[in-house]
Structures are given as structure tokens and as C-alpha cells.
Write a protein of this length. Sequence first.
Length: 376
Amino acid sequence: MSASLIHIVRLGETLSSIARRYQTSIRAIARYNGLKNVNLINVGQRLIIPRVSTSHSRGLMNTRQRTQPNRPEAIKTHNAAGILALSPIDVIDSKKTLQTEWVQSAGIEQAHGIIDTILNRTASRHWGLTVADVVNSRNQFSDINGPISRRSGRNAVSQLPSSIISRRVHQVVDDYLVARATGRGSIVGSHLNYANPHYSDAKNLEWINALDGPRLGKGQAIHYHGTTPSLQRYRPGRFTLVLPSFDTIRQPSTQGRRIDGAAIAAAHGVAVKSANVRLGQLDPAMASVIRTVAEVARELKLPTPVITSGNDSRHRAGSMHYANRALDFRGNNISISQGQALRQGVTNRLGENYDVVFETFSNATNNHLHIEYDPD
């Protein structure tokens, strides 16, 4: 099986024509994307294209369903031939776990490391077949089935209500899972362990200090990542993450009036020039801008995109920047022809509600890609 792809629906396309293009079936695309009506797709919609053989597709259909006691809605997480397909309940369980593990002041990279560790453990199949199996393992996640949770009479993620998930955690998980599903790599590689040495007893410090992966967080809130010798053989190979459906992933970042652009940028591997770039109150329509620039830049093999201006700096009166509906991306590190290719690629995906311009100046250091949301 080759890796799944992401297809952006264009004007005039049907699910049938897309299936023919990728030599797969309408049924397979509909199943992977949670489509209830195969005759209804929208321009700009992102579809996961499963590149599987017909015989494998039939086998997958027969293995997807799995019931668990008291959780009839659960679906088996599918992990085979380089694909890790999450169910809706896997996503919720990941959010609950992150809510208990992440020290938000330690930075968003710590959150990404936790998410990646959960994904790696699920892909490894050593702890079980679902995210719940992974996080419910005894003494692995302290407030799920560890000393903290057991003091409160809990030993499973299902015993935590979904209401504990904050808006911030919803946004971080949703954005990062979409980024992983569309090509971003794991921040911790294939590692399976992390721990905070500042909150561990002496008998655990030896293996914690020996972890040789990234260290994410700061001060007392730091996670050492790596893999212990006994777990090395369970580290997963490369896998493609497939989400249950882009429509079923809750994205509160587009439901409120404002979004945290810095969090979305971090999830998609987009840099921000400095702390002076104001992105904390962006219009929800700008989330797709950040994601699309990241995707197109990656496809064109351009340098990492850098946001250089949001609602800040000096702009003309009435600028969309001051309405939190415009962003500038660095353009002085690419050629003009590359800038125009980036502009065209972003324009094709965002559609007519966005104005996209690669602006050039006599002083080339000021060159930048300007994008604003202007549906009127």
C-alpha cells in the first residue's frame, strides 16, 4: 500500500471523477472521509484518498467495527501497512489525555510531543489497538490510570467527561492532527516514552535521564522524550495518519469570532517572525490561509513560511490587517518566480473569497506574500 493522499476538490469535479483519477472506489473515499451523501462535495473540500487495493479494502471493511463494554460507539483504530486511522472516539480520548498532561505555560511544542507519543504508542500496537487502550495502561498517564486518577476513583479515560476539554486543547489537538494527516512529521520521531525528571522518584531518574530524544517544555514543566531499551523493538515505522473525517474533527477555532493564529501556525510548521507579530485575535477565516500556505510551500519545496505581519506594524488606513483578516508572509528568501508560483498555488486552493498578492519592491528585502479575506 502506498501512502494516502489529500485531494482538494476543484470546480466541476465529482466523487466519481476523483475516484477514477486515483484508481480507487467511490465507496472507499466516502468511508475514509465520513461522507453520507456521495453526490455532495464542495469546492475546496479536502478529501483523504486511500491508495489501497480492492481486496484490501474489503478486508478493511470487515475489521473496522469493534465494540467495547459500555462504549458501543467505539470503532477499532485501524493500523496496517503504514496507515494509522483514528476513530472519532480516539480523537476525543487524545484531547482528554492532553488536558491532563500538558502544562500550557510550557509551550505548544510540549503539547505536540504528547500527541505524537500517543500516536506512536497506538501505531506500535504494544499497548493495544486504540488510543483508549494506550492511555488506560496502568501507570502510563498519571491522571488517566495512575496514582492521581486512582485517588479520585478513576482508572480509564472514559471516566473523564468531555466537558473537561478546554477550548484551547480542542484547538491544539484538531489543528495538529490535521497537520499530521496532511504531511507534517512527528516532533518526537518514533519515540515512545516521556517523563518529567522533576516529578519522578529516584528509582526512575536513571532511565529518564538516559532518554535521548527532544526535551520539550521549560523550567519545572519539562518532558524528556526518548525510548527505553526494553521498548526499542516496538517503535513504529513511518505511518500515514488518517482522520475519521475532516468534518467530524471539532474545530472551535472556526466557531468563535477569533482564533489564536500562533497556535495554528505552530501546528502546521509555520514560523512567526517575532513576538511583536500580533496573531492572537485573527478572524476564523485566516486559519485556512496559514494551513494552505504551509501545504503549498511544502509541495513547492520552498523554505519554511514565516508570518511577518498580522494586526501590527504600519499599514494603510482601512487595511484588512487592522480587521484581523490579513497576513503577510516573508518573501525575501525566495525568488520572484517562486513567489508567483506560491501565490498561484495558494489562490487556486483558497478560492475567490481571498485576495492573494506576491508584492515586490525596489528593496527586495521587503518582498512578501500578502493574503486577505475579503468576501465582499
